[in-house]
Design a protein around this ligand. Structure first.
Ligand code: A4P
Ligand code: MG
Length: 173
């Protein structure tokens, strides 16, 4: 049986052969042979790394189960030179399973939907280009979540003098 997956791609370190992060994602997208792929976008880093990221999303069709696909994606990460490092640190390639046509998957090593998907503009924005109406289990659609993250929030009276941003706060993690 074939499954549909949404994959999030990220990179913020150059690769000796492929070059800058956007070129790395180009090469990975060719290898994944997706049924749909977003544009590659540049995003500000969330977390400790200071380097800008290239991010993208892709839809792939495969007979692999979620744990089998995770193993396959980890093997691609390693082939592109990913080394284990600081959590959310700079990386040549990060491949996350964002959504699965089977709904939820939960084990010690894999959670689908990705546990931070609904809080992350860098994942939702490219995903909305290719799957705006995909319903995130337990939540609304990708489009609705993106709107929620990007909608300007009112500044409360007690917050006067401070600027509040609704996007990309470290506390979203
Ligand atoms: N894991 C559990 N669920 C999943 C899933 N749905 N997909 C486990 C993939 N992996 C999943 O991931 C750690 C472990 O999570 C895996 O071994 C797997 O068993 P990792 O990729 O090795 O480590 P990580 O990426 O540092 O951790 P994490 O929590 O996955 O971080 P994220 O979510 O990948 O975020 N800022 C911008 N602008 N753009 C980015 O792409 N990425 C991150 C990392 C931080 N800031 C960023 C970006
Ligand atoms: Mg990851």
């Amino acid at each position: 049986m074939s499954h549909l997956y949404a994959i999030g791609l990220g990179s913020n370190r150059p690769h000796g052969r492929y070059g800058v992060p956007a070129r790395i994602l180009d090469a990975v997208l060719k290898e994944l042979q997706p049924v749909a792929a977003s544009a590659i976008v540049e995003t500000a880093p969330i977390g400790p790394s200071l380097r800008m990221f290239a991010n993208a999303a892709a839809l792939i069709e495969t007979k692999l189960s979620p744990p089998e696909l995770l193993r396959h994606l980890k093997a691609i990460e390693r082939r592109f030179g990913r080394r284990r490092g600081q959590r959310w640190g700079a990386r040549v390639l990060d491949l996350d399973i964002l959504l699965w046509s089977g709904g939820r998957w939960s084990s010690a090593t894999l959670s689908v939907p990705h546990r931070h998907l609904t809080a992350r503009l860098f994942a939702l924005d490219p995903l909305s280009q290719i799957a705006p109406d995909w319903k995130i289990p337990g939540h609304g659609t990708v489009r609705q979540h993106l709107a929620r993250l990007t909608r300007p929030r009112p500044v409360h009276r007690s917050d006067r003098g401070r600027v509040r941003s609704s996007v990309g706060r470290a506390s979203d993690f």
